[in-house]
Design a protein around this ligand. Sequence first.
Ligand SMILES: Nc1ncnc2c1ncn2[C@@H]1O[C@H](COP(=O)(O)OP(=O)(O)OP(=O)(O)O)[C@@H](O)[C@H]1O
Ligand SMILES: [Mg+2]
Length: 481
Amino acid sequence: MRLSDRLAAIDDDDVFEADPEAPGAPPRAKRHRARDDAWAEAKRKVRALVLEEVAPRMAGLEGDALRAEVRRALDEILQREEVSVSVSPIERRAFVSEVIADTLGYGPLDPLLHDDTVTEIMCNAFDDIWVERRGRLVEADVEFADDDQYRKVIERIVAAVGRRVDESSPMVDARLPDGSRVNAVIPPLAIHGAVLTIRKFASDPLTAMDLVDKGTYTVDLVTLLEACVRGKLNVLVSGGTGTGKTTNLNVMSSFVPHDERIITIEDSAELQLQQRHVVSLEARPANAEGRGQVEIRDLVRNALRMRPDRIIVGECRAGEALDMLQAMNTGHEGSMTTIHANTARDALSRLETMVLMAGFDLPIRAIREQIAAAVDVIVQVDRRPDGRRVVTAITEVQGLEGEVVLLQDIFTYRPGTGGAPGRLTATGLRPAFLEKLEARGAVVPAAIFRAPAEVTDPRPTRGPARIPDAATIAEHDPTAR
Ligand SMILES: Nc1ncnc2c1ncn2[C@@H]1O[C@H](COP(=O)(O)OP(=O)(O)OP(=O)(O)O)[C@@H](O)[C@H]1O
Ligand SMILES: [Mg+2]
């Protein structure tokens, strides 16, 4: 039977999507290893031929029409003798989809992009791809055919947002059409070859209840955070890279009442606010001539002229911290941002440094006064070794004493014992901001601040039995007196 006949035996319309959990499916790594060089070589050849054939007609085509065109070209090419290669009928479906993915999509990254358990994709080289799956870093069992294909995919992603990646701009941020955040770095900055990092955009963003289910929040914490947001406290979410800062900010922003005008400011738009009255602003890098840059700082200052009720800044990294503090102190209470730091104390030091980056020679005490007056609560987040993302502390900023900003932990994380997961627990201290909240009509039940009772063994500790001697009995015997 001719190759084309064998291929035709399989239905074209079935889209191949790798399903790692499909019952009975061999592990993807094994399937991958089973492909021989001829398969890889045929794919390379066919991909190039399809591109060559379809490229001149691609301009006017979109979506299904484009897909159909690629399938048609592919079928035609597969029937030619020069690419006849022994492809089993079972493999044809994969072949068709992979070539379509290579031509129209992101090649081997497509299945990873469709896999909901994958939250981040990291390509260190065309054949060295890692993913974060359920919070853990694992090697992916896919790879690009060669560096050329890998670089073409990077260029396609970057070009789609009107940017380019080349010698003169070897480091770019971009976004996939679904909103996923992309960063690409190519040589000479990336020493061993191009590096591509994709933070997948959650099509269905996590909600407060999802975070309770995942063990990130407790129900008490949701109650408190909701009151803090409704009561217009200024909140700082602090954490390391990828610990869930933006996700927390997004969840907290969901508590903002629907009648308030919210302005979000980000480097790369990731927040997904559900309210109707939201204005989203995004910073812009300089163009190829080095002009046209708009920084977060410019946007914060501009936002003040847009009658915001709340300003939400995706991440404070530099001088915008000063503008943010000023906004928080001058009638834009209820503003929120995230900061890269490992503890609440650390977050405040970082904030100080960032304020200095604004270029004003402010005395430290003045900066601390601003910080102490502006920030009410710090939510510290972290990723545990088991991949779980948790809130590890809720810390109140109480004010300034001398030159020191006073902090008080309201909730802290207690590691679990005997293999049990840890838990965020109340310290027993009532935050001073409760008065502010009450004045603004946000009431928090006192019970949530109660520290859990220490679990002690109710049984009396037993020592060795002591039998009283005659003298002791006589001493305690009332009838003997
Ligand atoms: N509580 C959570 N439970 C499970 N997954 C989470 C949780 N919070 C965030 N994630 C996932 O972790 C990844 C990183 O989250 P996020 O973007 O919020 O982190 P980040 O701290 O803002 O990262 P970066 O430092 O890169 O800005 C995302 O894919 C997100 O879906
Ligand atoms: Mg973030």
